[in-house]
Design a protein around this ligand. Structure first.
Ligand code: AHM
Ligand code: MG
Length: 339
């Protein structure tokens, strides 16, 4: 058999952002700043990944003993991941506003924080993030992930909450890192979607999934059907139509992990439809608009798919509050249009 040597010309995430295939035109700022910010986000993902892998060994499994702003019990890994992100992003000097799922208030960088001995330099980006999504899956070792979206502060603004209360279509970049059998960082800066896999040996994210494109139609549906008793009729009718199709179409397969990052990752790669609808119990669904729905909708559209609330384009929703929720359906164009 012929020997195929491993590549000696690796495209790392940083190299890719600096040189290849990236159009940073959507951010009118110098691209160098965004590159530094993305480098800082990469480091946080590696740091979190390292803790996720060791969690069972170093007593990081289980509850932290407090509740977050959504009234949910925080896990130790939630709290740790949040601190990792806030510290790294503040230290980057490139951010003005941070919004985390785990913190009730937005953090305005540059204001002296309680207990801090110095003021952090304020940059021109705002980062909205869920440091560790899919917390209910942590203790079972199922895939979890970090989700982030990035805005540029508005012209003339020094960084206020208004800079993040903007429709998702104004984001300049968005992505997630999935901690699964490998760590995969998937990113868009408004010019398509690329996926990178962490090579733990050299500590770099390597381009492994260039130009991720959703197939126009899939064969998988991903929704928590256990909530059917609460679903509104259009959603129930849609589910019926894919489980008992007419003509020669085959029924769809069900796949639901309960970690948005993992369910969306699979949807981006294999196609199909993912949904967390509004229902009779949860009037706006469960997922958060700013740091769950917007980044995933941005990625989906950039990969050629569609992302809707069921009433309109997710990226056009005007947020009123940083932690508000939003119904989500996203995936292959034909599937979502059919829904
Ligand atoms: P979390 O931010 O508290 O982890 O909740 C968000 C998660 C998503 O990852 C996932 O899509 C959804 O909750 C699953 O919810 P459910 O268990 O109701 O199906
Ligand atoms: Mg979460």
């Amino acid at each position: 058999k012929e020997y195929t040597p491993p590549s000696t010309d690796l495209i790392t995430l940083t190299r890719h952002v600096l040189n290849d295939g990236f159009n940073l035109a959507r951010s009118s700022a110098a691209s160098g700043d965004l590159t530094i910010l993305l480098a800082s986000l990469q480091t946080t993902c590696k740091f979190i990944e390292n803790n996720v892998r060791k969690a069972s060994l170093i007593n990081l499994i289980g509850q932290a003993g407090n509740q977050n702003v959504q009234g949910e019990d925080q896990k130790k890994l939630d709290v740790l991941s949040n601190e990792i992100m806030i510290n790294a992003l503040r230290a980057s000097g490139k951010v003005a506003v941070l919004v985390s799922e785990e913190d009730e208030e937005a953090i305005i960088v540059g204001e002296k924080q309680e207990g801090a001995t110095f003021e952090t330099e304020r940059g021109k980006y705002c980062v909205v993030f869920d440091p560790l999504d899919g917390s209910s899956n942590i203790d079972a070792g199922v895939n979890i992930g970090t989700i982030f979206g990035i805005y540029l502060v508005r012209d003339g603004s020094k960084g206020t909450i208004e800079d993040v209360l903007r429709p998702g279509r104004e984001m300049v970049a968005a992505g997630y890192c999935m901690y699964g059998s490998s760590a995969n960082l998937v990113l868009t800066t408004g010019n398509g979607v690329n996926g990178y896999t962490l090579d733990n040996g050299i500590g770099e994210f390597i381009l492994t999934h260039p130009n991720i494109t959703l197939p126009p139609r899939g064969k998988i549906y991903s929704i928590n059907e256990g909530n059917s008793a609460y679903y509104h009729e259009p959603v129930l009718n849609y589910l019926e139509s894919i489980k008992y199709p007419k003509g020669d179409r085959k029924p769809y397969s069900a796949r639901y992990i309960g970690s948005m990052v993992a369910d969306v990752h699979r949807t981006l790669l294999y196609g199909g439809i993912f949904g967390y609808p509004e229902d009779k119990k949860s009037k706006s669904g469960k997922l958060r608009l700013l740091y769950e729905a917007f980044p995933m909708a941005f990625l989906t559209e950039q990969a050629g798919g569609v992302a809707t609330t069921g009433r309109g384009r997710i990226l056009d929703v005007q947020p009123k509050q940083i932690h508000e929720r939003c119904p989500v359906f996203l995936g292959s164009k034909e599937d979502v249009e059919e829904l």
